[in-house]
Write a protein that binds this ligand. Structure first.
Ligand code: ADP
Ligand code: MG
Length: 263
């Protein structure tokens, strides 16, 4: 297996807080890599650095063997990396179809809220994409009328419309009702596997991690404390004590600072 993304020695401090304190990570071609860890561990900061929303103060990131450190979010999207947000960044006054068509247009370099109204081809591709996510019935509903599960899927559909080879998802299941959660993850795993997209996702539900991740990385105070197959990592007493114990105690994920909008 070859590494698609290679992060080396990433450091970023906010005042005295070391949000990234020496992150070394290879994301392998084709894998689903889960990131777990308590709130404030630096999970979102890593995604922000890998997608151009934050610039590391030290270290480097390479994608497909070429440096991307310090590139803008749009330049990184053009290289083939997309992301979704903990709080979905949809255009609330537009329909789900229009949102998806906007993302298709953005892939072709047109970043305008009016774009989807102009080209039937974009709307057709958007409709097909929504179909693959099981969202066809919601295509004409305004984005602000969606429940959290559908909103998360719509946000991820927009990221997939950019045709990434690597997708980073920040808490794709947070805020989603327990009854809906597995169905949503199954849908997005199916779509991403079909499209051969490598995925990194921040996740608080250990059942989701165990079922869907090839590997799991445990974040702790800006560092990677453990990395490996879920069966081994989640059974590690230190991980259970420091991460899973906290998760079970149910500290709800708080919206992270430093999240921006879609590029
Ligand atoms: N843009 C920012 N400005 C200041 N502090 C930040 C910013 N982004 C993150 N932090 C801080 O960095 C630490 C790591 O945050 P974050 O990466 O959001 O953690 P996680 O996603 O694991 O909950 C936290 O202490 C957070 O408050
Ligand atoms: Mg976060």
């Amino acid at each position: 297996m070859t590494a698609l993304l290679e992060a080396r020695g990433l450091r970023l401090a906010f005042g005295g807080v070391r949000a990234a304190d020496g992150i070394d990570l290879d994301v392998m071609q084709g894998e689903f890599l889960a990131i777990i860890g308590p709130n404030g561990a630096g999970k979102t900061t890593f995604i922000n650095m890998a997608t151009g929303y934050l610039r590391p103060q030290a270290g480097s990131i390479a994608y497909e063997g070429r440096p991307i450190t310090g590139l803008s979010p749009r330049a990184i999207v053009r290289r083939g990396i997309a992301r979704s947000f903990q709080l979905p960044q949809l255009f609330t006054e537009h329909t789900v179809l229009e949102n998806a068509a906007l993302a298709v247009a953005a892939r072709e370099g047109i970043w305008s809220p009016l774009a989807p109204l102009l080209r039937p081809r974009w709307r057709e591709e958007a409709a097909a994409l929504l179909g693959s996510f099981g969202l066809a019935a919601l295509a004409d509903i305004r984005a602000d009328a969606l429940n959290e599960g559908a909103r998360k899927l719509a946000d991820i559909a927009m990221a997939v419309a950019l045709r990434p080879r690597l997708l980073l998802m920040d808490e794709p299941t947070s805020g989603v009702a327990a009854a809906e959660k597995m169905g949503i993850v199954e849908t997005l795993v199916r779509v991403l596997r079909e499209a051969r997209v490598t995925a990194v996702f921040v996740e608080h539900d250990m059942e989701v991690v165990e079922r869907f991740a090839d590997r799991v990385a445990v974040w702790s105070q800006g560092r990677i404390a453990a990395l490996g197959p879920p069966a081994r990592v989640l059974a590690d007493p230190a991980v259970q004590r420091e991460v899973i114990g906290i998760e079970k105690a149910g500290a709800p994920p708080v919206p992270a600072a430093g999240e921006g909008g879609h590029a």
